[in-house]
Design a protein around this ligand. Sequence first.
Ligand code: SF4
Length: 357
Amino acid sequence: MKRRTRKRIPTRPVMVGGVGIGGAHGISVQSMTNTDTADIAATVGQIKALEDAGCDIARIAVPDMEAAAAIPAIKRAVSIPIVADIHFDYRLALESIRNGVDKVRINPGNIGGADNVRKLAEAARARGIPIRVGVNAGSLERGLLERHGGATAAALAESALAQSEMLNLCGFYDIVVSLKASDVFLAVDACRLFAKKNTGLPQHVGMTEAGTEVIGAVRSAIGISSLLRDGIGDTVRVSLTGDPVQEVLAARELLRTLGLREGGVRLISCPTCGRCKYDLVGVANEVGRRVSAIRTDRSLTVAVMGCAVNGPGEAREADVGVAGGVGKAVLFRRGELKCHVPEDRLVEALMDEIADL
Ligand code: SF4
């Protein structure tokens, strides 16, 4: 993972397994499985798919002791760090920590008070793992809601601060915070307010309950990019209702677009119109699916274009590009016209050129 050069609010680094969050570490991409965690085969399969898509850290729900018991087997089968997501019962967190999880995410609104937090802090410190304090507008402490007149940005920031200070009082400092809300601007304001408190704690940024793929990706892009451009955010999750692999692809694209993460293949494709005389949508979707699995530190651009209007220009600018004709396309490589390719060979021809580069 390349480091970003953009100005960033300084934070204290923590390690989640082998992945650093905060400090000089690059911005990591997270996602969360939606399998039954106790179904080890299904959960491992999904985490491996997330790994293949470029996920750095995977979170799993631990709603009961069966899920916590699955952690050792899941850990043995996957390569990326695993975070246990805990609500309501701190004993599930303790069991997850005992079973080797790399980080625990707790929600201060529902974990049950200072005694439970202290027990968690002691267990996490003994294992050398961090805790994420995950504050959510939908589950803020009642006292805060009453004092602030609802789930305001100030209430979210105060909750995150109080909970991290409670951990600090237990001598625990390996903390990541997140302040989330389904309202994009509420979440952004809360993260900004918390950053102004200068705690030095790294922030996990994302919009919760953001929505289905298109809606969620748009809302997440607005919220997360607003924060990252302010220098706030050390790890990100794009939350989508759907396949978590899409969350990873969206998050990686977001970071790549902002210039905060290099490497991989960037696909550009025209929207098509009545001038397009080949199956550009099919070609672009298939190439997009295949290039998303390519792991490389190098940045490559691939262009799939419809016709002679903008096609040759964009295709020439890309590392590899095609500009369509009738049932065929012209293939360019690094600005040079290389050959004409029939429509049914286009995907393979593009992938061959990408592999060659
Ligand atoms: Fe239409 Fe050609 Fe532009 Fe694609 S490149 S949108 S086919 S004019």
